[in-house]
Design a protein around this ligand. Sequence first.
Ligand code: GRF
Length: 210
Amino acid sequence: MLVSGNGSNLQSIIDHAEAGRIPATVACVISNKAGAYALERARNHSIPNTVLDHRDFPDRESYDAAMAGILRENGVELVALAGFNRIVSKVMLDAFPLAILNIHPALLPAFPGNHAQRQAVEHGVKIAGCTVHFVDAGTDSGPIIAQAAVPVFTSDNEETLSRRILQEEHKIYPEVIRLYAEGRIRVAGRQVLISPAHEPDGRFLENPPL
Ligand code: GRF
C-alpha cells in the first residue's frame, strides 16, 4: 500500500485481512513521508515498510521506477493508494496495469483533487461520500468501482464531514480489495463490472439515512 499520512484506511485493510475477511495480505507499505503514522501501523503488524522520499529523485518517473521495484520485490499484485499524496506516472501504470486503486473522499466525478470534503461543504451539497476507483493518468479520474454516500448537514464543517466519510471509506475499500482478490472485477471502458451481478452483502453505493 502507498501512504503519506495517518493510515486509517491502511489499518482497516490490515484488520480485515488479519480477520480473514479478505483473501489478501498487505505485502508492504511505502510512504513518501518519513513521519507518517501509517508506517507505525505497518510496524505494529510486522509488515515490511519503506520510506521513499520523492525529494531524493530527479523526476516522477525515476521515483516511480524505484517504487515499482520495491513493490515487485515484495510480490505485490495489487497496489492500493490510501492517502498517498502523489500522482503516479505512466511508469507505475505500465508496471501494474489495471492493478492500482485509490480511495477519494468525494462522490467522483464531483470534487476531484485536494480538500474534497471542504469543497463539498463550501459547495453546499446535500450528499457527499467516497469513491474507490482504478488509477489512470488523470487526477481521481479512473473507472469507478464502488461508492458510498453520506448526508451533509448544515451544521457540518470540513472536519465533521471528513469523519463521517472516513467511516464509509473503511468499509468500501476492504470490500473492493476482497472483490479484486476474488477475481470478480472486470473493466470495460469506463464501466466496472462486478460478478456475480447481484452482491447480496455488497455496498457499492450506500444510501444515507435522510
Ligand atoms: C482519506 O480521506 C482518503 O480518502 C484520502 O486521504 C485520506 C487518507 O486517510 N485520499 P488515512 O491516511 O487513510 O487515514
